[in-house]
Write a protein that binds this ligand. Structure first.
Ligand SMILES: NC(=O)c1ccc[n+]([C@@H]2O[C@H](COP(=O)([O-])OP(=O)(O)OC[C@H]3O[C@@H](n4cnc5c(N)ncnc54)[C@H](OP(=O)(O)O)[C@@H]3O)[C@@H](O)[C@H]2O)c1
Length: 262
């Protein structure tokens, strides 16, 4: 099985912590050069130190803010115009604020659409010409299992994630013939700052104790526990490898079997 990513360059968004960083760590273990992207430069520098360099990779980072799509466009255009190419793109950023769909404002939906779909589109448009030229490309969209089963209390997120998933599936059809695969990876309940935020919001909204909220969340997961970031990043890295060349256009839950289990 060919898992070798030596000589490949991966742009990993939302990678100063959590699922993005875990994906970058696993991609580096397979030999890829990593370009981290997020807003906080000091966290990016710290994340850079966690990446494997046994294959003599050159890792670096780009600072960009997905709240500002023009900024993302400037940053990626500058990077590509300097003659750089990207073989692997991991589209990812922080999740929208929790809350019911009925209570959200139009501006909340527009902001989330901009952060999650428009920024992905800008990055994808910028990197695909190089992928087409080399005949190798991997695009992974980190989304959520809410694509398959909406989650109560995450109204804006549920809505926008579905748009991103269908965008990804559409691209997989358009780009497959160029050796580019596009896949959506759907995290379940995984141990990160975001998961902590969702638990605390549930505690505040329900009045239940944190222990009770956790017990209820875990009772819905067949393997009976949260996922680790490493378990998630390993799946992303596999899908980016040569070995996964015939996996294209899937929505892959990494959720311990939660989705569809009643
Ligand atoms: N963890 C879970 O259980 C879970 C489950 C389902 C879905 N998800 C989704 O998966 C994605 C990643 O989750 P996570 O748990 O890794 O989240 P996280 O721990 O909150 O990490 C988010 C990452 O995105 C970056 N980021 C946030 N806002 C940004 C912005 N405006 N521009 C650029 N970068 C930004 C953050 O860095 P900076 O702050 O430095 O910019 C950080 O590196 C999120 O969309 C989340 O909602 C997570």
């Amino acid at each position: 099985m060919n898992l070798n990513l030596s000589g490949k360059t991966a742009l990993v968004c939302g990678s100063s912590q959590g699922l993005g960083l875990a994906s970058a760590i696993e991609l580096a273990i397979l030999g890829a050069n990593i370009i981290l992207m997020a807003r906080d430069e000091s966290k990016l520098k710290n994340a850079l130190n966690q990446l494997n360099t046994e294959h003599n990779q050159l890792h670096s980072y780009l600072v960009a803010d997905f709240n500002d799509s023009k900024n993302v466009q400037l940053v990626i255009d500058h990077y590509i115009s300097n003659g750089n190419t990207i073989d692997i793109l991991i589209n990812n950023t922080g999740g929208p604020a929790a809350g019911r769909a009925i209570d959200a404002k139009a501006a909340d939906y527009l902001q989330a659409f901009n952060n999650h779909l428009i920024c992905n589109q800008i990055l994808t448009q910028a990197v695909t010409p190089g992928m087409i030229q080399s005949g190798y490309g991997r695009i992974i969209n980190i989304i959520s299992t809410s694509v398959m089963q909406p989650i109560y209390g995450l109204g804006v997120s549920n809505t926008i994630r579905a748009a991103v998933a269908n965008w990804g599936k559409t691209l997989s059809v358009e780009l497959g013939k160029f050796g580019i695969t596009v896949n959506n990876v759907l995290p379940g309940f995984t141990n990160t700052v975001r998961a902590d935020y969702v638990v605390k919001k549930k505690v505040a909204d329900s009045g239940l104790s944190e222990e009770k909220v956790m017990e209820e969340l875990l009772s819905k997961i067949p393997v009976g526990r949260m996922g680790s970031t490493e378990e998630f990043g390993s799946v992303v890295a596999f899908l980016c490898s040569p070995a996964a060349s015939y996996v294209n256009g899937v929505n892959l839950p990494v959720d311990g079997g939660r989705t569809g289990w009643l």
